[in-house]
Design a protein around this ligand. Sequence first.
Ligand code: GLN
Ligand code: ZN
Length: 755
Amino acid sequence: MTVSQTPFTATVLGLPRVGPRRELKRATESYWAGRIDAVALHRVAADLREAQYAELTAAGLDSIPVGTFSYYDQVLDTAVLLGALPERVAGIADPLDRYFAAARGNDSVEPLEMTKWFDTNYHYLVPEIGPDTVFSLHPEKLLDELAEARGFGVPARPVVVGPITFLKLAKATEGAALDRLGELVPLYRELLRKLAAAGAEWVQIDEPSLVTDLTDDEIALVRSTYTELTAGEDRPAVLVATYFGDPGPALAALAGTDVEGIALDFTAPIELSAVASLPALAGKLLVAGVVDGRNVWRANLDDALTTLGTLLGSAGGVAVSSSCSLLHVPYSLEPETGLDARLRAWLAFGAEKVAEVRVLATGLHQGTEAIADELAAARAAATSRTEDPRLADAQVRARLAALGPDAARRAPADERRAVQQARLNLPPLPTTTIGSYPQTSAIRLARAALRKGEIDEAEYTARMRSEIADVVALQEKLGLDVLVHGEPERNDMVQYFAEQLDGFAATENGWVQSYGTRCVRPPILFGDVARRAPMTVDWITYAQSLTDKPVKGMLTGPVTILAWSFVRDDQPLGESARQVALAIRDETVDLQSAGIRIIQVDEPALRELLPLRAADQPAYLDWSVESFRLATSGVSDATQIHTHLCYSEFGEVIDAIAGLDADVTSIEAARSHMEVLDDLNAAGFDLGVGPGVYDIHSPRVPSVEEITVSLRAALKAVPAERLWVNPDCGLKTRGQAEVEASLANLVEAARAARP
Ligand code: GLN
Ligand code: ZN
């Protein structure tokens, strides 16, 4: 190594930033509401960073990531770093307001698009690269945070999103974004010079895109880019971080350059022998992600030490790390006093993962005697976990094993259509909604009051029923054909079910950033899933008792329940999906017995769990589709099954959508101008479909004319007998008045369009 650097031994790849008590969320929202000024917001952020650095230093990390803090999103920060904000926000003079305008829009500008960060539940903002984008370097945020951390005496390692990943994630309005790589490399080179001058010994460049399928040309770009970036000595040592998978051929390309360090994710399926036998690693620091940064299980220290030991002989040095940024897990187990003690001992959140990293580094470099107590504790936890009866519910397993190959099959779709139509007698172009109605303050107050014990279960039920009655009455008044109960009793479409199913646990404070200031609290799936009792039947039958029109039963599908939970790591995800599917199947049968004629099983996350590499996708699509079919095939032909999909580019899963075999699929389509219908047709889809005729993400009320235009476009692709009319998604984030006005227009447009 030519660049002067001391290898480090224990680190993590990135840090959460919303604050252990979501302090940054609150402060940011206060800033948006005009209650605090920028100085106060910066103060909250600086205090959070200071406390975090102190904790990490005390925990014994000898290299600490700096610059993964963000007011909204790290990809947006990179766009700022590279001068790549869109032209439409350029006129906003205040940098913070310009930044937030790009993130969330304002009265006059549209925000950047948002999409999922690889296969996680974190959303990043999609940079827009146009012909008029002129890249330029703006490293102030990173340099300031570096100076701040060094001021605290922190062994700071600045982190940036790398040029290849940045461009792969960006959207080019012309040509391919990656064609612009040549313009970025000199800027990163300049950045490295500045960071060295500011005292950084190491810099981490995140390139998670290297774990996706890359063309040979792209792999050549990996080689040339990092060869150029590491030319010369006026720079810090460069650590290129990959995570969420195996970089495969990109690893050899990267190892062939002069980068001083490479981070690999050993919690993902990765060929250890291929890594260990790579001669080019000999002179480099291998940062081994053996502590899972995106799930909540306590590490198996013995296994991790074996992996680390294997690597030790192959690399110039080995540092222990989390597999990815700790952004994806809650801060600490400490506040989780409500978890049962056994389960708690199986878990590691952010703070506990940092401790694991330290313990493993000590074990690796000083021998296992130095960590004897920690090893014993980890082994005891592992034993307690494998021996726990909740991990294997004999009844559930026997039921699944007994299901024959036809258990997940219904009669042919046209036979079902005939009996369903005879029973439901719906007009052509039937109108419906996706499920939720506005979450009013009365609903939120009732939930809070129940939690605080101010009202009892009976009073809560009464209040929810009154909400349901209002929603049913409104739909009757509007003249919708298929009604819903409005979902007032659901805090969240996954947590609501997780709370009622065996095998799931909920946390009190396990918040994880989903995007910007939005945080979610994913349930933890730790054991076999079983349904103790009906979960939704009382609410839906109450709603149905108020009207003669059909009310849809409303359930969340197995894939979505798993996608938005922390899942078991001791069995294949497909197996967990079958268990959840069985529970949902039981619920559909109970709903049917209670007289419910239509049941919707939402799978908005179907696309999200799609594996990053094409070779892994067919297996996923197989089990995800099978689990949906298992969940929805226990009912009779006369019961109409609906599903709902959103948030996506459906291209890659279009065949799977047909495979779900739902009688009716409602699907996000307004923003893509119904293009999804042509894709469905091309895939041979011939079931009922309700392409969203207006975008519910905006408060704007769509006019009758506008909805009519959408309907005409839909009718070009789908015959009237199969077409349903509905909004793009649930209405829970919308206001009461806009919902009423929008749906009135929707009903009017549908009626006029009927043949
Ligand atoms: N039924 C849910 C709702 O209407 C669906 C939400 C979703 O698609 N994410 O809110
Ligand atoms: Zn939706």
